[in-house]
Design a protein around this ligand. Structure first.
Ligand code: NPQ
Ligand code: MG
Length: 355
């Protein structure tokens, strides 16, 4: 799916989203989900072709061979496959969609959501100049977004952050480095303290918890881990080591929404705020994210932007911003219907059936 504008991060520029959809057919009915793996393994080790292969050759056969299956059983059934959490998340979410739909229960109800709408932020890519960045940010402020997140990297940090802070006044602002910095940059990153940021997201490589601890000690701005948090256990460990004081929850990265609920609960027990990350989901994945973001521990606006932030036309009815918020779907399952005519028309390959 073409993006409405190129999205540049410290790991590259995306102009389109290659979306792997999973549909499960069960005795109780069908369920849909979206795999958040990117086309290339440049954000995480997972990527579309790899996720497709591991779903086809390992995950789907294991689940199909297990007889009656609930979403709650799937983590154990697929534990023999190491990693591949985005692929596992997609399969589990499709089953969760089928089973909750059949039960007439919404994702929001299943997750224990307490809000009927969620505050939305927007993630803003690296621009080719400061004036272009300001023009893009001004558009999002006009649209009503309640928090701005700037992608940063060495050479694109203090100047754009200063300019945007000037433009938006007190509006909440945060930055995301997607692992672009090293320990040598700690003194430089401390200069971000003067902009009153909500947080700095994932400055160092995902395996390097120790350098995040060092930065957290040196800087007033809260440090928030994204890529590093691949499970509830890692989340708890990172919190206990004071590497992170805020957590970005992305269901794909941690293996699904059920693991996301565990992370939410563990963070709540420890008074650590969480927010819902985004992976340029279509309406299929966005619906589930909005339900998750409606849980009480999600006290910061998420990257749960409106459909038109990324796509001119969405695979479901579009999510539309209303006073900087999105409405939590209330229908059964994810609460959205996949426009199968569009999926067929835009498909880059024919569906593959595993039975
Ligand atoms: C993040 N997301 O928080 C990610 C990174 C990201 C909204 O900033 C295609 C698919 C392109 C997933 C670009 C946001 C992507 C992507 C960036 C995820 O780190
Ligand atoms: Mg991030």
């Amino acid at each position: 799916m073409p993006l409405v504008r190129p999205f540049q991060t410290s790991f590259g520029t995306q102009t389109a989203r290659d979306v792997l959809l999973v549909r499960v057919l069960t005795e109780a009915g069908e369920g849909w989900a979206e795999c958040v793996a990117m086309e290339h393994p440049v954000y995480s080790s997972e990527y579309v072709e790899g996720a497709h292969a591991v779903l086809r050759d390992y995950l789907a056969p294991a689940v199909l061979g297990a007889g009656a299956v609930r979403a709650e059983d799937m983590a154990a059934l697929t534990r023999f496959v190491i990693g591949h959490r985005m692929a596992k998340a997609a399969l589990e979410t499709a089953v969760l969609d089928a089973t909750t739909r059949a039960a007439g229960m919404s994702f929001a109800q299943r997750f224990g959501a307490t809000a009927s709408e969620v505050d939305c932020g927007v993630s803003v890519g690296i621009a080719s100049s400061i004036p272009e960045l300001l023009e893009e940010v001004a558009g999002y402020v006009d649209a009503g977004y309640r928090r701005i997140k700037l992608k940063v990297k060495p050479g694109w940090d203090l100047e754009p952050v200063a300019a945007v802070r000037d433009l938006i006044g007190e509006l909440p602002l945060q930055v995301d480095a997607n692992t672009a910095y090293t320990a040598d940059d700690i003194d430089h990153l401390r200069e971000l303290d003067r902009f009153g940021l909500l947080l700095i997201e994932q400055p160092f490589v995902e395996e390097d918890i120790a350098t995040h601890v060092r930065l957290a000690r040196a800087i007033d701005t809260p440090v928030c881990l994204d890529e590093s948090i691949v499970s509830c256990e890692v989340a708890i460990d990172s919190i206990e080591r004071d590497a992170t004081s805020v957590i970005n929850i992305k269901a794909g990265r941690v293996g699904g929404y059920l693991e996301s609920l565990r992370i939410h609960d563990a963070c709540r027990d420890r008074d650590v705020p969480v927010w819902c990350g985004g992976m340029l989901e279509t309406g299929v994945g966005r619906a589930a994210n909005v339900a998750l973001a409606a849980l009480p521990g999600f006290t910061l606006p998420g990257d749960t932007s409106a459909s038109d932030r990324y796509f001119a036309e969405d695979l479901t009815e579009p999510f539309v911003l209303d006073e900087g918020r999105l409405t939590v779907p209330t229908g059964p399952g994810s609460g959205v219907d996949v426009r199968t005519d569009l999926v067929r028309a835009w498909a880059t390959r024919s569906p593959e059936l595993v039975r």
